[in-house]
Design a protein around this ligand. Structure first.
Ligand code: PRX
Length: 592
């Protein structure tokens, strides 16, 4: 197989169901010519000479490399369970566990390129499963444990996942969809600390039994920088979420940005509050810190201001990476819980996922004695792209400057560069090391993100005279609620499965804490009438299918769903009406 160079894939390759790279069936000629015109890929992307034997595996970099260099006794992870259990894992320990789990997968017939999904709370076994999967060359798909059955089904069906690693309560939650997963071969169940009495159902396999009866894998699968590693489903405006696929080489940028944007230093204790079901929880809750060999705190529980501060105090956290919604909740909790804890170990705080309001930066200064460093990136970018670096003066409210080597631009609708201070499309010059490689089996969508030699982010921003970028909003209908992107289509699809619902339109409405919350509008089938009871029933129905993180916070009735003449629901109009804003151009509105 010819080795592709970084970036070629955009024009030439797709991935078949076995995970092999194949020529694209329908190359996007327009994009192709643009790429060729703007870039000389051969010149830009030389083979990276320093990779041992040309090979690269994230699990080797994050775990085995520390063992090989004599640092295996350093602590990699301290886990604080929700029942206040505590477990400490050195890099040596992680090597043993992940070598064994890789062998478990091998014995189950998992091959390079197979999809292994991990649907688990923040348990040590979640991390072991991910890295064990990477060691065997699998494409690992971590799933947010708060998801309901529908999002799990959509992702596992689309990716044709072969193995699911989960825990008893989550297995139970998605019981109904298991028969709908035709490619699923085995379910491995982790019964952490025997929390569940009777953990196994049907043909499920016990993680603990498998691990106690296996031996460490002989060697890590022969992967290169071009092989696939992690897959995260992310929301778009149309259709169900898409599987953004990353390659092992992403770690180059994750490692560098861990140092530049998160200020990682030797012997640091680091806490990333993000869940591994989202990209921050893998890129910066696994790859960046462990490629740097620092210690991570994994806290299983959810948000609580006093508990969070006590975690910082107890473990002497130096670097803390969190999100604006959490910071706003901490601001709401006020000074009292801060005063009860000694937070003097903190040296650096950063935030991502949503706009960080300038007041939060200032509040950090006043209450933690240091500012909060905002940075910007996406599932597709794989690593931080723009940041208030540790070395520079913060501009409160700004996402900072592009990371060295990254070119960002603000474009007008003809994709021409705009001068400073003019808002427009935020775009990235393709070819950054952690660039996503594909949307799983969705070349068309993938190609649509690249135009005239730019990757179009879907965000709007402006750049000031000094090159700092300022977020303005999204240019699509995707909803950002508490840092989680929600596809309106996914919520609409769940709602119309209820017998009363004829059509559903879903929008994000502003919220003080979560930035946006999901609101749905439904029209009803004949024979159904809108009532308080029906509203509650629909709320419960959608929560059961989706999870409370994704389901609508509110549902309202519309007699006639506004649609374009081509039948597309006009979410923009629903939103304008809801917020009392001008309705804009309604010329494509369907006649009643
Ligand atoms: O709209 C931007 C917002 O979150 C989107 C990316 O979400 P996701 O792919 O889930 O990745 C989240 C973790 C990196 C962006 O397109 N976003 C991210 N960071 C910021 C932000 N919006 C404003 N300011 C940020 N710092």
């Amino acid at each position: 197989m010819a080795i592709s160079r970084l970036g070629d894939n955009m024009a030439f390759e797709y991935i078949n169901k076995n995970g092999d790279r194949k020529p694209k069936i329908k190359p996007n000629i327009e994009n192709l010519s643009n790429f060729k015109k703007d870039f000389n890929w051969e010149e830009v992307f030389e083979e990276i000479p320093w990779l041992p034997g040309g090979g690269l595996n994230n699990a080797y970099v994050c775990i085995d490399s520390h063992v090989d260099s004599g640092n295996g006794n350093n602590v990699a992870m301290i886990w604080n369970g929700k029942n206040d259990e505590e477990e400490t894992y050195t890099f040596n320990d992680l090597k043993v566990h992940t070598d064994k789990f890789a062998n478990v997968l091998k014995e189950l017939g998992v091959c390079k390129g197979d999809r292994v999904f991990v649907f688990m709370d923040r348990l040590p076994e979640c991390y072991i499963s991910v890295f064990g999967g990477l060691k065997i060359g699998a494409i690992v798909g971590p799933l947010f444990s708060a998801f309901g059955p529908d999002p799990v089904k959509d992702r596992m069906v689309d990716s044709e996942a072969k193995i699911l690693v989960t825990q008893p309560e989550l297995r139970k939650k998605i019981e109904g969809i298991i028969p709908d997963l035709p490619d699923l071969e085995k379910i491995i169940v982790v019964n952490k600390n025997n929390r569940t009495d009777d953990p196994l159902v049907d043909d499920d396999l016990s993680y603990e039994d498998l691990m106690s009866s296996t031996i460490p894998i002989e060697s890590i699968e022969n992967t290169s920088q071009y092989d696939y590693s992690i897959m995260h489903y992310t929301s778009g405006t149309t259709g169900k979420p898409k599987g953004a696929l990353h390659r092992h080489q992403s770690i180059v940028q994750q490692y560098a940005t861990g140092k530049w944007a998160l200020d990682f230093q030797k012997d640091d204790i680091y806490w990333c509050t993000a869940d591994p079901g989202w990209v921050t929880g893998t890129s910066y809750g696994m790859f960046a810190p462990w490629s740097s060999g620092i210690t991570q705190i994994i806290y299983e529980g959810g948000f609580s201001a006093s508990k969070w501060y006590s975690v910082i105090e107890k473990y002497n956290v130096n670097v803390w990476y969190t999100a604006p919604t959490a910071i706003r909740m901490l601001m709401k909790a006020g000074e009292a819980p801060i005063k009860k804890n000694d937070l003097s170990s903190l040296r650096f705080i950063a935030s991502v996922g949503e706009p960080l309001n300038p007041e939060a930066v200032v509040w950090g200064n006043e209450n933690y004695g240091m500012p909060i460093h905002d940075n910007w990136w996406q599932t597709e970018t794989g690593a931080i792209m723009c940041a208030n670096l540790s070395s520079m003066q913060i501009r409160p409210g700004s996402m900072g400057l592009p990371i060295p080597g990254i070119e960002l631009a603000i474009l007008d609708k003809d994709l021409k560069r705009l001068p400073p201070n003019e808002p427009g499309i935020l775009a990235v010059k393709p070819g950054w090391p952690s660039q996503f490689f594909a949307y799983w089996k969705n070349d068309e969508r993938y190609n649509s993100r690249f135009k005239r030699g730019w990757y179009i982010t879907g965000d709007e921003a402006f750049m000031d005279e000094d090159g700092y970028f300022w977020f303005q909003g999204r240019s699509d209908d995707v909803i950002n609620t508490a840092g989680h992107l929600v596809s309106p289509f996914e919520v609409e699809s769940a709602l119309i499965e209820h017998k009363a619902v004829a059509e559903a339109g879903v929008i994000g409405i502003p919220d003080k804490l979560a930035m946006e919350v999901v609101k749905a509008f439904v029209s009803l089938n004949n024979g159904f009438e809108w009532s308080k009871e029906l509203r509650l029933e629909l709320m419960k129905f959608s929560r059961g299918k989706l999870s409370s993180a994704v389901a609508p916070r509110d549902i309202d009735y519309v007699e006639i769903m506004p649609k374009t003449r081509s039948g597309k629901i006009m979410r923009r109009l629903l939103k304008a009406r809801e917020l009392g804003l001008p309705e804009g151009d309604t010329s494509t509105l369907e006649d009643d």
